[in-house]
Design a protein around this ligand. Sequence first.
Ligand code: AMP
Ligand code: MG
Length: 356
Amino acid sequence: MKRTLVLKVSPVRPKIEVIRVAARIIQNGGLVAFPTETVYGLGVDALNPKAVKAMFKAKKRPPDNPPIIHVADKNDVYMLAKKVPKEAEKLMEAFWPGPLTVILERSKLVPDVTVAGLSTVAIRMPRHKVALALIRESKTPIAAPSANLAGRPSPTTAEHVLKDLNGRIDMVLDGGPTRIGVESTVIDLTVKPPQILRPGGTTYEKLVKVLKKVELHPVAVADKKVKILWARSPGVKHRHYAPRAKLILVEGQRKEKVVEKIQELADKFMREGKKTGVLATDETAGGYRADVVKSLGSRRNLRTVAKRLFLCLREFDEDKVEVILAEGVPLKGLGLAVMNRLRKASGYTIVKADED
Ligand code: AMP
Ligand code: MG
């Protein structure tokens, strides 16, 4: 156990003295959790193999799942990647800083452990003053996966980070809750056409406008467990985002059918004496009978839904709920990222409400 230093920092005007404390830790090979616009990241010097190894250990992350390297200057991309295709330049111009991670061929500068032995590297520039200031002051690219224990819901507040990692990391920069709440979109530019490996904060609809042709990797949109022999994005094959409770996702075109199915399941679990939670939306939350009902927000405002998703999953754990019945949301805009997280969190335990 080490002592984890927690310092508050303004997300709009971060004090340079606070950032410098964190940057010194990064430069000395230490581990600093910091806010980005998506979720909190657990940062280490991306070019220091020892520091990267310590990060994997602190998170209990499988060593085959590489982190994203965060930069504050586009020039760093040319240092970290062997080649930077035209599409990458277009995307960086359109979406950086922002929640988009590009996969490129790696350069020799990047240590093996940082990319888990892959021939490619994941890079993004976060849209958050604290993150950008930290990278600049550290004078090195920062490798940062989400700052949670592997498998748990990603952290959207400093409290979530501490819940998982207090005593395991050197410092948390507490910049308040994150704005987007789901992780970045990961797009592979080493294949043609470019392929979305993970839906996230930059929507498919926006990417299509800039690139014309973009594919969604089948795993990114799967509603069943897909057998993966060799994963281009190793993260996809690990269990993810999971609360302690068993989560069952109920999907369907018609909201009424979904509500009916969830209530039927809730009644069954409560009869069995299980503490049962429902993850609903504003339009439906009032109608459920269950031990705990939480709303993600309005179905018409998927931004709020994305922002609240991981928070709600963690709150169910605090409430010691044993079963969570979650409503599916529309598969458009940020809804694609939300559904990808919910499906994974359920371990693909999905009930289709329209099919009976
Ligand atoms: P996290 O850092 O927890 O948000 O997860 C990072 C995601 O980026 C994981 O799903 C990784 O598998 C993915 N990733 C990182 N590096 C690569 C890479 N070189 N190729 C494909 N996916 C990657
Ligand atoms: Mg993660």
